[in-house]
Design a protein around this ligand. Structure first.
Ligand SMILES: C[S@@+](CC[C@H](N)C(=O)[O-])C[C@H]1O[C@@H](n2cnc3c(N)ncnc32)[C@H](O)[C@@H]1O
Length: 390
């Protein structure tokens, strides 16, 4: 269904609240959708009934991104998909602490505006009327209406010059995801051109951001949440702590910078370490190696190894039982000898499809859980047999 600004405003009225509260308490699944809609339509218009059900279902879906507030918030399916998860938004908003006020250029339903409002008053700009209705509804629902001013405007022509802005340009093209920052809405170059008037900026971009697109005076921060890469942010002006690239892992708040160091390259030792995706994207794999006394097993591959079970927040770790040149027959022989049950096949620098490959492996049903890693060691195709527990 399509929610409209009028329906969002209606959902906030005293007439709508009892219906929304009761359906939100137990949102219908696909099987009972029709019966719930039919019941609601005895009292509400078809559009109102659909808006109640849609909002209840979206609140349930939003619990991942807004763990403590989703049940009180308002969403549309597409803006929920584009919204920043609350814990990540809280992290990026912290850099705006101390600013007298800030602009949120393209506020959507307000995922970032709400987090920014905890740090400074926010001018929440969007050119989409539904976004503005949602950010307003969410500001009121979370008692932030005195800190968030929704404004209908095109952020390419700034309606004001705040001391600092946050911009989260829309990433979806009409048919598919866009990968070029200049194809975003608004494009990166348009936002960067506003620096004459607004020198302090945080610009959220796709995690695949190419290093060449990072201006030399900017800091690029790749952020992951529980190991999932979420975004890259360009920080400019006062919001830039140190020009260059860094990776931040949330919720641990662990950060490492890419300094251009080189890691030693040697064959595998006792442990295999897989860096977090944010570390890899930021180009900080060698920095993790040097900081924790590890080495790369191949100059081109983002796996590290070490003799000790180094405790680093930046990697996952497995104990290496054996490693051999790649060969399916000898792998199955070794798995049989180890009475193994391969719980995962991982790969880096190998063309093999891990799931199809796993089906061809020896399997002892109650066997020892093992992880097989297909990769390259000093440029040779290699398989590592690892233990899940470390
Ligand atoms: C990715 S969403 C923002 C999500 C938001 N940060 C959140 O966490 O909920 C991008 C938003 O930018 C808005 N937008 C795109 N181009 C714009 C423009 N030129 N002016 C103002 N808003 C724009 C879209 O309408 C959309 O709401």
């Amino acid at each position: 269904m399509s929610l409209t600004p009028d329906l969002i405003r209606w959902l906030r009225t005293a007439a709508a609240r009892p219906w929304l509260d009761s359906v939100s308490a137990e949102p219908p699944g696909d099987a009972d959708l029709l019966s719930v809609l039919t019941r609601l339509r005895r009292h509400l218009s078809p559009q109102q009934a659909a808006a109640v059900v849609e909002t209840a279902r979206l609140r349930q879906r939003a619990a991942d991104k807004f763990p403590t507030t989703a049940a009180r918030m308002f969403f549309s399916a597409s803006l929920l998909q584009q919204a920043s998860p609350a814990p990540v938004a809280a992290w990026t908003a912290r850099r705006f602490r101390g600013q007298p006020w800030v602009g949120d250029w393209g506020c959507g339903l307000g995922g970032d505006s709400l987090a920014l409002a905890a740090e400074a008053p926010v001018l929440a700009v969007d050119r989409d009327a539904l976004s503005l209705a949602l950010v307003q509804a969410n500001a009121i629902a979370l008692k932030m209406e005195h800190r968030i001013w929704p404004v209908w405007a095109d952020s390419r022509i700034p309606p004001a010059h705040p001391p600092a802005i946050w911009a989260d340009p829309a990433r979806r093209g009409r048919l598919r995801r866009v990968f070029d920052p200049d194809s975003l809405h608004p494009p990166l170059h348009t936002l960067l051109a506003q620096r004459d008037h607004i020198p302090n900026m945080g610009i959220k971009l796709m995690p695949g951001l190419a290093h060449e697109r990072v201006p030399p005076e900017a800091e690029a921060e790749w952020i992951s949440w529980h190991g999932k890469l979420k975004e890259a942010v360009l920080w400019l002006g006062e919001l830039c702590e140190q020009p260059g690239r860094c990776a931040t892992l949330l919720p641990a708040q662990a950060r490492i910078r890419s300094t251009g160091v080189e890691a030693p390259v040697e064959p595998p030792g006792e442990y295999l370490f897989e860096p977090d995706a944010a570390v890899i994207r930021a180009g900080a794999v060698a920095d993790v190696a040097v900081r924790y006394d590890l080495w790369q097993i191949d100059p081109q591959i983002a796996y590290l190894s070490g003799h000790a079970a180094a405790n680093t927040p930046f990697t996952r770790r497995w104990r290496i039982l054996e490693h051999h040149p790649f060969d399916l027959k000898s792998l199955n022989r070794r798995l049989r000898a180890l009475q193994g049950r391969v719980v995962a096949v991982k790969k880096r620098g190998s063309p093999i499809d891990p799931e199809a490959f796993r089906r061809r492996l020896y399997r002892h049903d109650q066997g020892r859980p093992l992880v097989v890693v297909l990769t390259r060691v000093l440029d040779r195709p290699t398989m590592l047999i690892c233990e899940e527990k470390s």
